[in-house]
Design a protein around this ligand. Structure first.
Ligand code: I85
Length: 397
C-alpha cells in the first residue's frame, strides 16, 4: 500500500512488470487459459481491442478480459494508467495482467472485475430517479474523475457507455469508470524533452495541454449531468442527423437551453452547476475540485427529491440514447488535444549546438559585463511546439 505516495511519473520509469508489482497487480507471461476459462460472451469492442467475459478457474470469479495489442500506440499507457487508477473505488478494478501471443501478435490481456450491472443509462431508462439520485450518481462519477485529475491524469473518453454498475442489485451496486484507452498523464514533461524545446511557446501554450485535457473531462461531466436530469442531450441536431453544421455551431458557441417543460422543477443549483461545465471558454470552466465542493455534490442529502422526467424521455425516444452517445463521441474526438508527436521533430536540427553557443555567449557577457546583442531567431521553426488536434482515432490502425 506504499503506492499511494508514489506519483504516476515516478512509477512510469519502471518496466511494466515492476510497475504492476508495485501496485499489487499480478503480471504473468504464461497462457491466460491456465488460470481463466474464456467464454464466447463478447462484452464489446474497444478502440484497442475486444472485451470478453472470463471466469477464474480457482474460485469461479467472473472477469472481463480486454485484449490490447502491444504495438498499439497507447498500449503501455493504457495498462499503466488503468493500473494506477485501479486504486480508486470508482474505477473498474484490474485483477491481473497477462502478456500473451494472440493470433501471432504480442498483446496485453487486462483482466478486470466484471461489471455485471451494465451501463448507467440503461439502468436510468428502466427506473424512475429523483434529483437527489442524480446528484449521488454525479458524485460517484466526480469521485473517479477527481482521483484522476488530482494525479495529473485525464480520462478523455468520459461518456455514458464508459460508466458501468458493478452488479444488478440497485441498492449495493457501485458505479465505476472503465476504458483507459484514451487516458493520458498530462504534466509538462512532454514539452520539456530535448526534441520540443519551446523557444516560441507563449506561456499559455505551456498550460494548454494540462488545461485542455482536464477541461475536456469537465465538459463531458456537464453533458452527462444534463442528460441525467432530463433524458436528452444539451446539443442535438435539428435535422435528425447524428451531427449537423448547426449542431456543431451550437456546441462551439455553447448554445443550449433548459426547456421549461422538463427543467422547471429542477433546482437552480443543478442548472448553474451544468452551466459552469458547459462553458465554452476553457479558462472559465470549473475544475473537478470546485465541482466536488459544490453543495449539490458535497451535500447530496440536501438535494430535493423531486422526480425527474429522465426515464420517460429516454423511453419515449429510444434514439435519444444513441443520439447522446454519438454526440459525445464526436465532441470528444475534437476535444482531445495532444502534444506534437515525434514525427514533427526535425532530426537535422541540433538544439544542443544552440544551447552550447548560448552558454558560451552568456559566459562571455558575464566576463564583459554587458547585455550583448540579439540574434534570437536563429533556430529552426520546426521545433516550435504545436498543439496538434490530431484525431486519435485516425492514428490507430
Ligand atoms: N461488463 N466501450 C464499449 C465491461 N465489465 N467494456 C468497452 N473498452 C473497455 C466495451 C465496448 C467499453 O475498456 C469495455 C471496456 C471494458 C468493459 C467492461 C469491463 C468490465 C464489463 C470497451 C459488461 C457487462 C454488461 C452487462 C452485463 C454483463 C456485463 O459490459 C454480464 F452480465 F455479462 F455480466
Amino acid at each position: 500500500m506504499q503506492v499511494h505516495q508514489k506519483t504516476f511519473a515516478e512509477l512510469d520509469r519502471l518496466p511494466i512488470a515492476q510497475f504492476l508489482e508495485q501496485l499489487g497487480i499480478g503480471f504473468y507471461k504464461h497462457s491466460v487459459v491456465e488460470n481463466y476459462k474464456l467464454t464466447r460472451d463478447k462484452l464489446g469492442t474497444g478502440i484497442n481491442g475486444s472485451v470478453i467475459r472470463v471466469q477464474r478457474r480457482s474460485d469461479n470469479t467472473l472477469g472481463a478480459l480486454k485484449i490490447v495489442y502491444k504495438n498499439a500506440p497507447r498500449a503501455d499507457a493504457e495498462v499503466k494508467l488503468h493500473a494506477f487508477a485501479t486504486q480508486c473505488p470508482h474505477v473498474v478494478r484490474i485483477l491481473d495482467v497477462y502478456e500473451n501471443q494472440y493470433r501471432g501478435r504480442s498483446c496485453y490481456l487486462i483482466i478486470m472485475e466484471c461489471m455485471s450491472g451494465g451501463e448507467l443509462f440503461d439502468r436510468i431508462q428502466q427506473s424512475k430517479i429523483t434529483e437527489r439520485d442524480a446528484a449521488k450518481i454525479m458524485k460517484e462519477i466526480g469521485t473517479a474523475v477527481q482521483f484522476l485529475h488530482n494525479r495529473n491524469i485525464a480520462h478523455r473518453d468520459l461518456k455514458p457507455e464508459n460508466l458501468l454498475y458493478s452488479s444488478k442489485d440497485v441498492h449495493t451496486a457501485t458505479l465505476k469508470l472503465i476504458d483507459f484507452g484514451f487516458a493520458k498523464e498530462v504534466s509538462h514533461k512532454g514539452l520539456q524533452t530535448p526534441c520540443f524545446t519551446p523557444y516560441y511557446a507563449a506561456p499559455e501554450v505551456l498550460n494548454q495541454s494540462v488545461r485542455y485535457n482536464m477541461s475536456c473531462d469537465m465538459w463531458s461531466i456537464g453533458v452527462i449531468m444534463y442528460v441525467l436530469l432530463c433524458g436528452y442531450p444539451p446539443f442535438y441536431s435539428a435535422t435528425g442527423q447524428p451531427i449537423s453544421p448547426g449542431m456543431k455551431k451550437r456546441i462551439k458557441q455553447g448554445e443550449y437551453t433548459f426547456p421549461a417543460d422538463d427543467w422547471s422543477t429542477v433546482s437552480t443549483t443543478a442548472k448553474e452547476l451544468i452551466q459552469q461545465m458547459l462553458t465554452v471558454d476553457v479558462d472559465k470552466r470549473i475544475d473537478i475540485n470546485i465541482f466536488m465542493r459544490s453543495p449539490w455534490i458535497a451535500a447530496t442529502s440536501e438535494v430535493p427529491t423531486t422526480p425527474l422526467v429522465t426515464s420517460r424521455n429516454l423511453m419515449d425516444d429510444m434514439d435519444c440514447l444513441k443520439l447522446t452517445q454519438h454526440e459525445m463521441e464526436t465532441a470528444l474526438t475534437t476535444m482531445r488535444v495532444d502534444e506534437p508527436t515525434s514525427e514533427l521533430k526535425n532530426p537535422k536540427t541540433s538544439n544542443n549546438k544552440l544551447l552550447a553557443r548560448r552558454q558560451k555567449k552568456k559566459l562571455a557577457q558575464l566576463e564583459m559585463g554587458n547585455g550583448g546583442g540579439g540574434e534570437e531567431q536563429s533556430n529552426n521553426q520546426q521545433n516550435v511546439p504545436v498543439v496538434s488536434q490530431n484525431n486519435l482515432r485516425d492514428m490507430v490502425p
